[in-house]
Design a protein around this ligand. Structure first.
Ligand SMILES: [Zn+2]
Length: 460
């Protein structure tokens, strides 16, 4: 079981009269994550992830992985360093390269600290002995750090210079087969974002520096979002204004149904998908042998999810100014248990109830999902304040009322909800219901919430 007294949790204490030097724009998630000691700023635009936040990121990785495996994905790892030579071949070093981290090794050979891996993965396949059409489709993915020398990094983990990304690359025999891979992987994306229960939208997007024929972005709706999205309430159309060049060039009527019911919202981009065709496979010579044994160029797609950005942006959308709110499946712990204060008259009897409760909770959600706040030198009120700010889905207080002879009660606090006074059996029942709901989200059988996200999210 996790013990609060042992947790490395370097909260930020700012003296009341301190002059805070504002070096970058703060967002709600960044402010809370920093103050609560979940994330520490490193050098400008980079972040150090502390244990509580790392748990959420690890859970996000697990969830993304299970969806990628379900979409036929196979996990690989490619080096962070990609030879610049490969990017010269695809022409991607010809444009604006100011966002790339470039370096040379001791022999003078130039590398990129990869912002994305199309060249690297395609060159890997090109150097592989002939691939047969029987091995296709091939859907390879990895989860690792990416680098972008942002001119203005801001909003903490939402736009950092180093970030964690899941990138998948699909390889198919034809444009039609590539479109099938695209449909399979975007369906997995849809499932992932529904599991998070954060309002999202899938929009048509510009292909930009990635190239290719078709592209979609997934956005969380938020006022701090840096993208303007058009949404038609008459049909299913949704698009990023970037598709039209700029905000001022965007149409006032829906490009699909001509309806005037086109609204604008701000979005945080959390994922991006592309049908690439042969943009990378052709110049890098990545081929397969078709049914007649002739080499043909592989047809590609690529699919990214910004893992650290998903976590930060979900917090941005769900949290209040004072308290973090997590998607159920990403919360660092499911349940926080707060026992009596040392030296209080109820300490001994309340501790007996507390320990019995801990045993029962371990049976329901497993020791790993429990945070026992046994910092008994602190008052219950102080520990409860911490628990609320950290946004645990469920916090249980075993205080004086737990020891009263008639109708002993525990306090149950739900994230964003009211305090309830319940007996032990009722508390255990609510914890079991929470675990059940999580399981349903993972399995995709949660009816009510699926309906809710169908309303806010949609697929083409
Ligand atoms: Zn429309």
């Amino acid at each position: 079981m996790n013990k609060a007294s042992r947790l490395f949790w370097p909260t930020l204490v700012t003296p009341k009269n301190a002059v805070v030097k504002q070096t970058e724009q703060l967002s709600r998630s960044q402010k809370l994550l920093t103050e609560l000691g979940l994330v520490k700023p490193g050098s400008n635009g980079t972040y150090q992830i502390m244990p509580i936040a790392q748990r959420a990121i690890d859970k996000c990785i697990q969830l993304v992985q299970s969806n990628m495996q379900a979409a036929g994905g196979q996990k690989i790892s490619l080096p962070v360093l990609t030879p610049a030579q490969l990017w010269k071949k695809t022409g991607r070093l010809e444009g604006d390269i100011s966002e790339f981290y470039m370096l040379r090794d001791r022999s003078g050979k130039q590398f990129l600290m990869s912002p994305t891996h199309e060249e690297a993965v395609t060159a890997m396949l090109a150097s592989t002995a002939p691939i047969s059409y029987r091995q296709l489709p091939l859907r390879l993915y990895q989860i690792g750090p990416k680098f972008r020398d942002e001119l203005k990094s801001r909003f903490g983990l939402m736009r950092a210079k180093e970030f964690l990304m899941k990138d998948m690359y699909s390889f198919d025999v034809s444009a039609e087969a590539a479109a099938e891979s695209y449909a399979t992987v975007t369906a997995a994306y849809e499932r992932f974002f529904r599991q998070l229960e954060v309002p999202f939208v899938q929009v048509e997007a510009a292909t930009g520096m990635m190239g290719g024929s078709q592209s979609h972005e997934y956005h969380f709706i938020s006022p701090v979002g840096e993208d303007t999205l058009l949404q038609c309430s008459n049909c299913s159309y949704a698009g990023n204004v970037e598709v039209f060049g700029s905000d001022t060039d965007a149409p006032s009527a829906c490009p699909k149904c001509q309806s005037a019911q086109l609204s604008r919202v701000r979005g945080v981009e959390v994922a991006h998908t592309f049908l690439l065709g042969d943009k990378y496979s052709k110049p890098l010579g990545a081929t397969f042998l078709n049914t007649t044994g002739k080499p043909k160029t592989l047809i590609m797609g690529c699919f990214g999810i910004g893992i650290t950005r998903v976590v930060a942006a979900a917090l941005e959308v769900l949290s209040t100014e004072q308290e973090l709110r997590w998607p159920k499946l990403l919360a660092p712990y499911d349940v926080c248990i707060i026992g009596p204060k040392a030296g209080s008259k109820e300490q001994a009897p309340a501790e007996r109830i507390e320990h019995e409760l801990l045993q029962q909770l371990m049976q329901i959600c497993g020791a790993e999902q429990l945070l026992h706040d046994e910092r008994k030198e602190l008052t219950i009120g102080k520990r409860l304040l911490d628990a609320k700010r950290l946004g645990h889905p469920l916090t249980i207080v075993v205080g004086a009322k737990a020891t009263q002879a008639e109708a002993p009660k525990l306090e149950l606090h739900t994230s964003g909800g009211e305090k309830q006074e319940l007996d032990v059996a009722q508390v255990l029942q609510l914890v079991a219901t929470h675990e059940q709901h999580k399981q349903q989200l993972v399995e995709g059988t949660e009816q009510t919430d699926t309906k809710r996200s169908q309303r806010v999210g949609h697929v083409h």
